[in-house]
Ligand binder design. Structure first.
Ligand code: ARG
Length: 715
């Protein structure tokens, strides 16, 4: 059976396939194989993906939404610093600031458990298109979702019963194909090593999403398991996991045009987004999100800079918000610069013309898109403000958790059930407050609710805005919202532990429900959910149906070409080469950066460009040891390739023609920020930390010689 499949795929490989653009499914890689070989690949398809024998896929894991790779036979993994960031900041205290100072466990006993961090290995992939599509039949809209949930539960149940695995069914090409993914999930994961933040996040948000780059964006963790090499909850008795495959670490360096392959878990792309979607993103959703986050981040910075405890409390949330603040800023800019809207319009016209002649069922797809967007667009801004602005404060989150209690009271449930719900709210409040600095939260609340008031169309406002103006009204709207917020934070029982604990029980809950914060939050929420969410959901179901038709039509129209599916957090392979580029007329960027650039950018005491004294010394003395590039006479820090990656690929291995690790992918570049919507071959690059840079930091900065001994380092 396998043999037949393989020869069929070899026929497919006569089809046109190309490097750079494309996030290909490892199961179907034979179709790209000829092109991969032409570019220099020395491995067989089975060495990349095989479900019986060990292959590269066994070294690549999903690290809580990022990617990581196994680099030793003792469960050691490499990922990005920004992927380990949340765990690292949680392990840090003012007195023992691992985030700031970096960390290297001297031995396995010193490695730090990271509760909540999980690692998933892919066991196998199976095409279940027929099963799922037969079950869904001619359903459309919400019914597709319901039926999909039902059939995927049945499929995953059987997959899980066979063994102790965890699995899910994923839609490809917007519901034209379906595949089952079976994983093995580990939960005892421990921090082994991290550079100081000044190296791991060197350049901060200024350099983020930019080339040339000098960030040493890596961290290392170890997977622990039971005596049978199987997943187990944390225990001091667990032992390091032995993976089926781990990557040799090459210190041989890269040259322009070298073959590069990246395997990992890209999260989401929308390469088939229509011109209507591009228009809405460019003019409505992206600017709204950027404006809200601009404000929120500047408020956060004020308090973070003044107090290390607050800094650590908010470091991870800040980094996450800032990363996508800049992402959407860049996406908007490049959607315009690269004229993506016009390109999409041309593609749509071609599709439309093809449909008229070849598939009459699809002739209304484009007009229907236009209609759906026209109906949805008056609410799009409100949707962004609801999630980004209204839900931004902890007080709002706590208040909203009373939604279930409100429903329960209306339904007249028993005191026992109410008591259970109260316990949930109490637990939620406790964990939310642990991550909150109230003076900061209050400023965010006041500023973002004011912005919600000012920016969301007046006819869509909740009634509680009238109450606010009745009580606090002034010509200065900022003053109105400040006064309202001050009173609210002062008087709400939600922020007064004693009052709260006295009231949050079945006996007193009706009284607590009259709390001003609960009243406010539920009013804004109801206005949104009762009046607008239905319209927004309707739009998403309509998009689902249209996308399925559009992408199904494209598969038919392009049947002589290979067409890769949008990213969906499943394992993909992208292949290409080390590749320089020109960002604009008369300017050219090299494909690599050197340690010399670290010193050029270095600014003592700066939030983003500082460096530890010992690193400055090593750099000044050019103490690069065996890690220096002989021809360049310096240490190569980062390099770029033309591989096709996106968020979720962070931490992915950059693999050479022989299956060795040459870098760790960590970012994209500014000129191609619209890349998730449309791939531009001229500009789209992947930014990678060179393994020599990473190993130099492990060796010279962190003194982790024992780790180097543990890896299979190829000089
Ligand atoms: N842009 C990178 C990515 O999304 C994350 C970089 C994190 N650094 C930062 N300064 N926020 O993969």
């Amino acid at each position: 059976m396998k043999r037949i499949l393989f020869s069929l795929l070899l026929v497919a490989s006569q089809l046109v396939s190309r490097a750079d653009e494309g996030m290909w499914m490892p199961l179907l890689l034979s179709q790209n194989y000829a092109e991969m070989q032409r570019l220099g690949l020395k491995l067989t398809p089975e060495q990349i993906y095989d479900i019986n024998k060990s292959s590269l896929k066994d070294a690549i894991v999903n690290f809580g939404g990022c990617t990581a790779e196994m680099i030793s036979d003792k469960g050691l993994l490499l990922t990005n610093h920004h992927c380990g960031f949340d765990a690292i900041s949680k392990l840090s205290t003012v007195g023992n600031n691992i985030l700031m100072n970096g960390f290297m466990a001297g031995n396995q006993a010193e490695e730090l458990p990271c509760p909540g961090v999980t690692v998933k290995f892919l066991v196998r992939i199976e095409d279940v298109t027929e099963k799922v599509r037969n079950f869904i039949g001619k359903a459309y809209g919400k019914e597709v979702e319901t039926k999909f949930d039902e059939i995927s539960k049945a499929i995953t149940k059987t997959a899980n019963e066979e063994n102790t695995y965890e699995s899910d069914v994923k839609s490809f090409y917007a519901g034209n194909k379906y595949f089952l993914f079976v994983y093995q999930k580990f939960t005892d994961v421990r921090l082994v090593a991290t550079p100081p933040e000044s190296l791991g996040k060197f350049g901060g948000d200024t350099d983020n999403w930019m080339w040339p780059r000098h960030t040493c964006d890596f961290s290392m963790f170890r997977i622990y398991c039971n005596n049978d090499n199987k997943p187990a909850a944390y225990s001091a008795n667990n032992r390091p996991f032995v993976p089926k495959h781990h990557l040799p670490v090459s210190l041989k360096g890269v040259k322009e045009n070298d073959y590069t392959m990246i395997m990992g878990y890209p999260g989401r792309t929308t390469r088939y987004l229509t011109s209507y979607g591009v228009d809405l993103a460019t003019n409505v959703s992206n600017p709204a999100l950027v404006k809200i986050r601009d404000k929120r981040l500047s408020i956060m910075r004020e308090d973070m800079g003044n107090d290390m405890a607050v800094e650590l409390q908010y470091a991870s949330a800040y980094a996450r918000l800032a990363n996508y603040w800049k992402y959407f800023l860049g996406q908007t800019e490049q959607l315009k610069n690269l004229r993506i809207l016009e390109k999409k319009q041309q593609e749509e016209e071609a599709f439309n013309n093809w449909a008229q002649d070849n598939n009459k069922d699809l002739k209304n797809v484009m007009p229907d898109y236009q209609k759906a967007y026209a109906e949805y667009s008056p609410y799009a801004k409100h949707a962004t403000f609801f999630t980004e602005a209204f839900l931004a404060s902890s007080l709002t989150k706590i208040a909203l958790s009373f939604d279930n209690i409100e429903k329960a009271i209306k339904a007249g449930v028993s005191d026992d059930s109410l008591e259970t719900l109260c316990k949930k709210v109490i637990a939620n409040r406790k964990s939310t407050l642990a991550n909150t600095y109230l003076p900061l939260d209050k400023k965010v609340f006041a500023a973002l609710n004011l912005m919600y008031y000012q920016d969301v169309t007046k006819s869509q406002h909740p009634s509680v805005f009238n109450d606010i103006f009745e009580n606090y009204g002034s010509d200065d709207w900022k003053k109105t919202f400040d006064d309202f917020t001050n009173d609210l934070y002062e008087n709400t029982a939600l922020l007064d532990s004693e009052k709260f604990m006295n009231l949050c029980n079945a006996e007193h809950i009706e009284k607590l429900m009259k709390d001003p914060a609960i009243h406010y939050a539920l009013n804004v929420m109801h206005n949104y959910k009762d009046n607008y969410e239905a319209k927004i959901n309707e739009f998403s179901y309509e998009m689902f149906d249209l996308n399925r038709s559009y992408q199904g039509g494209l598969l038919e129209k392009n049947k002589n070409k290979l067409m890769y599916p949008d990213a969906n957090s499943t394992m993909r392979v992208t292949y290409g080469k080390v590749c320089a580029y020109s960002p604009k007329d008369a300017v050219s960027f090299k494909y690599y950066t050197l340690a010399d650039g670290l010193l050029e950018k270095y600014k003592a005491g700066d939030r983003e460009f500082d460096l530890p004294a010992n690193v400055v010394d090593l750099l000044k003395n050019k103490d690069f040891g065996a890690y220096a590039d002989k021809e360049l006479g310096s240490l190569v820090t980062c390099f770029i390739t033309n591989n096709d990656i996106t968020g979720g690929n962070s931490g992915s291995p950059v693999i050479n023609a022989n299956g060795e690790l040459i870098g760790c992918a960590f970012d994209g570049n500014w000129e191609a920020m619209s890349g998730d919507v449309a791939f531009d071959t001229r500009f789209k690059r992947t930014i990678c930390a060179d393994t020599r840079y990473i190993m130099w930091v492990v060796d010279k900065v962190l003194k982790g010689h024992h780790l180097l001994d543990e890896m299979n380092v190829i000089k």
